[in-house]
Design a protein around this ligand. Structure first.
Ligand SMILES: Cc1ncc(COP(=O)(O)O)c(C=O)c1O
Length: 405
């Protein structure tokens, strides 16, 4: 018997381990993985970039770097974020080892055991796992197709006898719900938070992956247009636009928050890999990122269309969903009396995996939904996978109604 710390008792980290296993099962058709498609990675371009690096930069790849990040990459990012309208002049960028590390650093910076963190319900399971590790008290707020439920948020804040430290949201192409906040909802959210002292974490891992150019404006960050003086920490990632293997993310925060965050990062891993930062920076500076993003948007839009068509073709009529405008996910709603865990047990037997709804509930309960990722399913498996899933669902629904008779 080991005397493990309380921190290891995060329920959601077990879910994540399972998720990683499900995503990589060779013989399964997997709608589980929230990761980019292996066949789309810019392998050739990165080969060329490394080979063409001057020797001094190659050597630097192997070296430690500043905790805040490889300065040329910070500069490149500043330009990118400025173009998106983010206030880089009044804030500072900290490069992190994946944006999950940014979430972890922010939590460490502000949250003591028992402090309250508000999240959406459902919410990104990786963040839930971090919040649990720091022994926060997590309160989930429901969302609808336009974003977080404003009335529920107001009621929650009013009902708590302690002020929440943080509110964590993913407004653009939500994981798992696939939605994007309406511009109106983004403003309403800022209005509610104004004057409360609750810090908003705006997780923006997916905003570059919109499907239609004319809908790009919807991805505008709340930190761009914050007339309400809400403290917003903006986080971003290279994982979905270059590759999670780079483990590159960042946060944009006020100088004071940045400074403490840098100290925490110093103790965590000293710096993010110089190797990856240099390659990513060259990729940006050689003007390869924008064309690559255009390519990705088209690819993922096609994959989404294919999944949407197969769902329309096969799904029982009781199953509903919103067609996403970007990102990786479709979030199916089951009839109320059906649990996605029950569907999962049967679909695994038939060679199809996805992620159950309860995985994304802060208290691992609500289970009337399931997440399908269209990002990493081989195109030739998509239709077959949905057909199998639909047949499994019909069978589970029928058995359930027989039980009720
Ligand atoms: C909403 C959201 N935020 C953050 C991350 C983590 O990304 P990273 O690989 O940068 O740590 C993910 C990854 O799935 C995500 O879905």
């Amino acid at each position: 018997m080991y005397a493990f710390s309380n921190a290891v008792n995060s329920m959601h980290s077990e879910d994540i381990k399972l998720l990683m296993k499900q995503s990589s099962g060779k013989s399964m058709i997997s709608f589980a993985g929230g990761m980019p498609n292996n066949d789309l990675f810019p392998v050739v371009e990165i080969d060329e970039i490394y080979n063409a690096l001057p020797n001094d930069l190659k050597k630097l790849c192997f070296q430690y770097g500043p905790t805040s990040g490889f300065p040329p990459l910070v500069k490149s990012l500043e330009k990118i974020l400025l173009k998106k309208g983010l206030p880089v002049d009044k804030n500072k960028i900290l490069i992190t080892t994946g944006s999950l590390q940014a979430i972890s650093i922010i939590t460490q910076e502000f949250v003591n055991q028992g402090d309250i963190i508000l999240t959406e319900n459902p919410s990104f399971v990786g963040a839930l796992s971090v919040f649990e590790t720091y022994q926060a008290e997590i309160h989930g707020i429901p969302i609808d197709k336009d974003g977080i439920d404003i009335d529920a948020l107001k009621q929650k804040i009013a009902s708590l006898d302690k002020k929440p430290k943080l509110l964590y949201v993913t407004p653009n192409y939500h994981n798992p719900a696939g939605i994007i906040y309406s511009p109106k909802r983004k403003i309403e959210l800022l209005e509610v938070l104004s004057g409360t002292g609750i810090i908003l974490i705006e997780d923006d891992a997916y905003s570059d992956l919109y499907f239609k150019e004319e809908e790009k404006y919807l991805t505008k960050s709340m930190k761009c247009c914050n007339d309400f003086d809400v403290e917003i920490i903006y986080t971003g990632s290279f994982s979905k636009i270059l590759g999670p293997g780079f483990r590159l993310g960042y946060m944009l925060a006020s100088p004071e928050i940045f400074e403490k965050a840098e100290t925490i990062k110093q103790a965590l891993d000293a710096c993010t890999s110089n190797f990856m930062q240099i390659l990513a920076n060259e990729f940006i500076n050689k003007n390869k990122l924008q064309p690559y993003l255009e390519f990705l948007r088209k690819e993922y839009a096609e994959r989404k269309d294919l999944l949407q068509k197969s769902l329309e073709k096969y799904m029982p009529k009781e199953v509903t969903w919103n067609e996403p405008k970007g990102g990786f996910y479709i979030w199916l709603k089951l009839p109320n009396h059906i649990k996605s865990t029950d569907i999962f047990k049967e679909s695994v037997k038939n060679g199809v995996v996805f992620v159950t709804g309860r995985t994304f509930d802060p208290v691992s309960k609500k289970d009337d939904r399931l997440r399908l990722s269209f990002a990493n399913v081989p195109l030739e498996d998509m239709d077959k996978g949905v057909k199998i899933l639909a047949e499994v669902m019909k069978e589970v629904f029928e058995n359930r109604s027989k039980l009720k008779l």
